[in-house]
Design a protein around this ligand. Structure first.
Ligand code: AMP
Ligand code: ZN
Ligand code: ZN
Length: 409
């Protein structure tokens, strides 16, 4: 009798879910970020799942926005605006309108304050206003009430949440009844970036992290298929990774006495404010030519960097020659392993791009990461806001199944 009952239930439960959907599941748009997954990692022959997605859809190389850091680029991807216009100009930044405090990615008091994020509206907020439900399994900015809105489901970032748990959370969301099931989902993995910093991009540890993340993406794809859930998937990285070592260091203390400067950021690039606005010695010392770095007043940076308008961009920006590290005094971290933050023309800063089930096919070449935004909005069927993107990805995609719109400018 019990067996008969469970047999009956096994038959009826999927039927009930099916009926709730009106018979057909709408595709979910899934945006996955593998932090620090350099574009060429895909050629290492250790990513069966990602390689399958790339072969069946499209792949390319994303050119990050400058600075090639995590927060500015994650926000560029979901807003279509470069850091100068999206307001997240660094992992660390200061703002003259909020004197005496510093935004830092690890300091929630500032990093979760909408003040820093309100200069642009991310995809999930715009989607929410259009009645499209979002759920984020981590994404910078997703924990913040931007324009007073968060994704319908979101979680406080915690690197200790295991990858199987992240994948299962998404699968659980997709098991929900149609009316509370998300149509836009993000997923974030940090392991490839962490191993890249600690051991360098050519290490066995990076390869192990790549294989680990690939396996979890495989589980997610299989889980969605088992649910009969169609998916439009975009897999991105925020930047690449480059080997660094202690023999290639530029010490700012050799150029200027450190109390004369505020170093908002150091490493592959440095963001510097003179401690006293009237102190011309800082400009004289830094703006002259150096062997392995170039410093500019922010308004004199090359135009192609699009990094000069926002008051959060520091007065002087120094960019190290790729592989070199700028320090202000003794480092707070060992100079070894890998780093990113260099000029976005550095080929080793190029990041992963894969699109599957999106209408895009083949090799799309090198594309600015702001171009992901119009593609994303088109897949969601939501009118994108004005952005810095030209729409080069959507112009190449076959029309998606649900209504599509061209980007505003
Ligand atoms: P980066 O210093 O640019 O390499 O930043 C990478 C780090 O950003 C990762 O190791 C994560 O720990 C951290 N991170 C990623 N997403 C978030 C988030 N939503 N909130 C706080 N930290 C994050
Ligand atoms: Zn990153
Ligand atoms: Zn990193």
């Amino acid at each position: 009798m019990n067996r008969l009952l469970s047999l009956l239930l096994a038959l009826l439960v999927p039927l009930a879910a099916h009926a709730q959907d009106g018979g057909v599941r709408k595709p979910v748009t899934l945006l996955i970020s593998i932090d620090g997954f350099r574009a060429d990692y895909l050629c290492r022959g250790i990513t069966p799942n990602l390689s399958r997605l790339a072969a069946g859809g499209a792949h390319g190389k994303l050119r990050p926005s400058f600075p090639t850091k995590t927060f500015p680029n994650h926000y560029a991807i979901v807003t279509g605006k470069r850091p100068d216009n999206n307001g997240i100009v660094g992992n660390n930044m200061i703002d003259p309108r909020r004197a005496g405090v510093k935004f830092s990615l690890g300091e929630p008091k500032q990093s979760l304050d909408p003040f820093w994020w309100d200069e642009a509206e991310p995809a999930w907020v715009t989607a929410g206003k259009a009645g499209v439900r979002s759920a984020t399994m981590f994404w910078p900015g997703s924990e913040v009430a931007i324009d007073e809105a968060r994704p319908a489901d979101w979680l406080r970032y915690d690197e200790h949440v295991g990858y199987a748990q992240r994948v299962n959370t998404i699968l659980d969301w997709m098991r929900r009844p149609a009316d509370i099931r998300p149509a836009f989902v993000t997923l974030y993995f940090e392991a490839v970036d962490s191993a890249g910093h600690e051991f360098g991009p050519d290490s066995a540890e990076v390869n192990a992290a790549i294989a680990e993340v690939d396996a979890h993406i495989g589980e997610l794809v299989a889980g969605l298929a088992k649910l009969g859930q169609p998916v439009q998937m975009i897999v991105v990285a925020d930047h690449g990774m480059r080997a660094i070592d202690a023999s290639r260091v530029i010490q700012l203390a050799d150029l200027i006495d450190l109390p004369s400067i505020i170093a908002v950021e150091t490493g592959p690039y440095a963001a510097i404010e003179p401690a006293a606005a009237t102190d011309n010695r800082v400009h004289d010392a830094l703006l002259k030519p150096h062997e392995h770095m170039r410093c500019n007043r922010r308004e004199e940076l090359p135009k192609r960097l699009h990094y000069s308008q926002n008051p959060r961009v520091a007065a002087i920006i120094c960019i190290a020659e790729p592989g070199w590290t700028i320090l202000a005094g003794s480092p707070t971290w060992p100079v070894r392993g890998g780093a990113h933050g260099y000029d976005n023309q550095d080929p080793q800063m190029l990041a992963l791009f894969i699109a599957s089930g999106t209408g895009l096919k083949g090799d799309v070449g090198i594309v600015d990461n702001i171009e992901v935004y119009p593609l994303l909005m088109s897949l969601l069927g939501v009118t994108p806001l004005a952005s810095d993107a030209a729409g080069v990805l959507i112009s190449r995609a076959a029309p998606p199944s649900r209504g599509s719109t061209r980007p505003g400018r």
